[in-house]
Design a protein around this ligand. Structure first.
Ligand code: MG
Length: 484
């Protein structure tokens, strides 16, 4: 063996990136995150009006979760939880960030991208960020080598006049960015899903010889809804169905590309959504089966998500998992698949053993649900407990009214006291059992109190002992490169 060959082999071994045997090597990881997609927006979750064959295939060839949660029904804090494996208040993101917010994901937080990058992975992001749009907070400062997408939601634009947001007129034009540079203003949103898909495929092809982590965060189906021409009217179920079918087709193209490159068995794909459907948008919002309420509330409609993981050869395929799990479990799970050590400060737990049929999931782990920093409800086993709070309701008895055609309706202001629901018998959270099961309420309130002390709770004015203070940029907004 000549000397240069030995050097090459040693370099490969030391880098941990040698892909001579892909099956035994570190797997690629792709997380696809939809925006405001509801629990029953997939055919495999009961949707009949449109079809989602590719997303359903991920679940059929992997695992489909029936009781998968996000810890908060809103964009920014849900994304913080996904990428850090921690409750949003611990990750320094209490609520949705506005376009010119001086806040962002604190530098001290370790994201999935940083953890994979440190382990020798190539890291890329495509799509909506929404964890701070000041240059200091952008994805390329949080472990992603490359990023192409929007810094925040697609409605933060002076042109989004049909939106239930009062200050839209004062916002700058929507920037489409590559890394830290604005490449377009007010991009044609009909092409967003298509362009994100092309970008994701390019990233996969570019890094096919190396282990990679790709985070594809679609801007859709957050309103305003847009689809490319081939999908307009294709679902026969209105614009929302068309948008979902384009996201599904995007997923199908990614699967096909992985197969064509021979990476199919070496790539783990996770798909879920950041929060439940935006019901005030009516037919431009998603669906949530019979669950109560939607986005912006901590009822099941707001926090229970469709979720699938495909991990060939690594899990028992074709499972339907009914134990409650939460989006913070994704990070430790994919790190574990990749053989990367877990940080000690995570709130999520790795699901690998259970998905491989080698361990049981803890069905009684308490999961807490926050809105705007307020701890409003929790789940433990079959029980869901709400503590007294006010929320925005779409129900007519509270003055709610769904909109239509892209025009928002109105939310009503609603209140709830201590309320206990048996989600097995009553997933719609309609029959309050608090008076019948005082000992269950007492038990769950002890968990709530523990969460207030550790994580924090703005309803009761508590700062959690493990919370990370929000990080502010002490500066005025800079002019972004490419800004006009
Ligand atoms: Mg969202």
């Amino acid at each position: 063996m000549n000397r240069s060959l030995i050097v090459l082999l040693l370099a490969g071994l030391l880098s941990g990136c040698a892909r001579t045997n892909r099956v035994d090597g570190p797997p690629n990881v792709i997380i696809i995150f939809a925006d405001d997609m509801g629990w029953s927006d997939l055919s495999s979750y009961g949707q009949k009006a449109w079809d989602t064959p590719a997303l359903d295939r991920l679940g059929a060839e992997g695992v489909r979760f029936t009781d998968f949660y996000v810890p908060t029904p809103a964009c920014s804090p849900s994304r913080a939880a996904l990428l850090t494996g921690r409750y949003p208040l611990k990750a320094g993101i209490r609520d949705v960030l506005s376009p010119r917010s001086l806040r962002g994901l604190p530098e001290a937080e370790q994201t999935a991208a940083e953890l994979f990058r440190h382990a020798g992975y190539r890291t890329g992001m495509v799509g909506k960020w929404h964890l701070g749009s000041h240059p200091d907070f952008l994805p390329t400062n949080h472990g992603f080598e490359t990023w192409f997408g929007l810094p925040y939601s697609n409605d933060y634009s002076p042109r989004s006049i049909n939106n239930p947001r009062p200050h839209a007129a004062g916002w700058m034009e929507l920037p489409l960015m590559r890394d830290t540079t604005v490449v377009e203003r007010e991009p044609d949103q009909r092409l967003l899903t298509e362009r994100y898909t092309e970008e994701a495929l390019r990233f996969i092809r570019t890094h096919q010889e190396e282990p990679f982590f790709l985070y594809l965060a679609h801007s859709m189906p957050h309103t305003p809804l847009w689809v490319s021409d081939p999908f307009l009217g294709a679902s026969g179920a209105g614009l929302y169905g068309d948008v979902i079918e384009e996201i599904d087709a995007s997923t199908g193209r990614i699967l096909a590309e992985l197969e064509a490159l021979g990476l199919d068995d070496d790539t783990i794909i996770v798909f879920t959504s950041d929060n439940g459907p935006w019901l005030v948008m009516g037919d431009h919002g998603g669906t949530k089966a019979d669950f109560r309420e939607g986005k912006a509330t901590t009822f099941e409609g707001g926090v229970r998500m469709p979720a699938v993981i495909r991990a060939p050869g690594r899990i028992v395929a074709g499972q339907v998992v009914g134990e409650p799990v939460i989006s913070m479990d994704i990070l430790p799970t994919v790190l574990d698949f990749a053989g990367i050590g877990l940080p000690s400060n995570l709130d999520g737990v790795p699901l690998n053993g259970a998905l491989a049929g080698k361990a049981d999931l803890d069905a009684n782990r308490p999961l807490f649900f926050y809105r705007s920093g307020q701890l409003r409800s929790m789940r433990k086993g079959k029980w869901k407990l709400h503590v007294p709070h006010t929320y925005t309701s779409i129900l007519p008895e509270w003055g709610g009214r769904p909109g239509s055609g892209g025009h928002p309706g109105e939310y009503g202001n609603a209140t709830i006291g201590i309320a206990l629901y048996d989600l097995q018998a009553d997933p719609a959270e309609s029959i309050d059992l608090a008076a019948a099961y005082p000992e269950v309420v007492e038990d769950l309130l002890r968990d709530i109190e523990d969460a207030r002390a550790r994580i924090g709770d703005e309803l009761t004015g508590r700062v959690g002992s493990e919370a990370t203070p929000p990080q502010f940029i002490q500066a005025v907004w800079p002019t972004l490169e490419g800004d006009q």
